[in-house]
Design a protein around this ligand. Structure first.
Ligand SMILES: [Zn+2]
Length: 205
């Protein structure tokens, strides 16, 4: 979990320079608020622009040229789609309309945590990629708050299962979140059921 998070931040840092060097901006507005708490907002945003794809190991990261957080950093867009599918469907030379959810958590004036999660990609009005369908089970998913777990996985087999059934919708404890970071994510009922089957009670030591 720790190395995965570090890798993710390293990828974002590496890609940010590449995107900032482009002069082609995307078109988007603040988006429709779909959930709001005093320190947490989720918006549905439509963005028109060219995709940036980068492969790092088994992961493909997605950014949209010029689609930046209010503070300036380019959004790294989480997606529940296999990397090869993104590479097949998206042409980096073309502009698409992306529907994404952005989340903004404010813990203090200077401490914003923002995420963007892919929902849909359209090419001139035609949906070419629907991220709301689980790519493992091909069934519709719901988008909502991740479920905090009070259990942990014990074995390598379970860890692999967690990667395979990645739309389980659980938020796992991590050193970085300290249990404070909200997350909204995709929930596939069948992924969750499968993970429920091999989860085990956390036993310290
Ligand atoms: Zn699934």
């Amino acid at each position: 979990m720790i190395s995965s998070l570090l890798r993710r931040f390293a990828i974002v840092a590496g890609l940010a320079g590449m995107v900032f060097s482009s002069s082609c901006a995307s078109r988007h507005d603040l988006g429709r608020v779909i959930f709001q708490e005093p320190d947490y907002v989720v918006r549905e945003v439509r963005v028109s622009g060219r995709p940036v794809l980068a492969k790092r190991g088994d992961e493909v990261t997605l950014m949209i040229v010029g689609f930046s957080e209010p503070g300036g950093g380019t959004y790294n867009i989480d997606h529940p789609v296999a990397g090869r599918v993104l590479q097949q469907k998206l042409d980096r030379a073309k502009s698409y309309t992306f529907q994404v959810y952005t989340t903004d958590q404010t813990r203090s004036k200077n401490d914003h945590i923002r995420h963007a999660i892919l929902s849909k990609v359209e090419d001139r009005g035609t949906v070419i990629l629907d991220a709301s369908v689980c790519d493992v089970h091909h069934c519709p998913m719901t988008f909502g708050a991740a479920v905090n777990v009070d259990w942990w996985l014990k074995s390598r087999r379970e860890q692999r299962g967690l990667e395979t059934y990645h739309n389980h919708g659980y938020s796992l404890p991590s050193c970085c979140s300290g249990g404070l970071v909200h997350e909204w994510t995709w929930h596939c009922p069948r992924c969750a059921r499968t993970v429920d089957g091999f989860k085990s009670k956390f036993e310290p030591g």
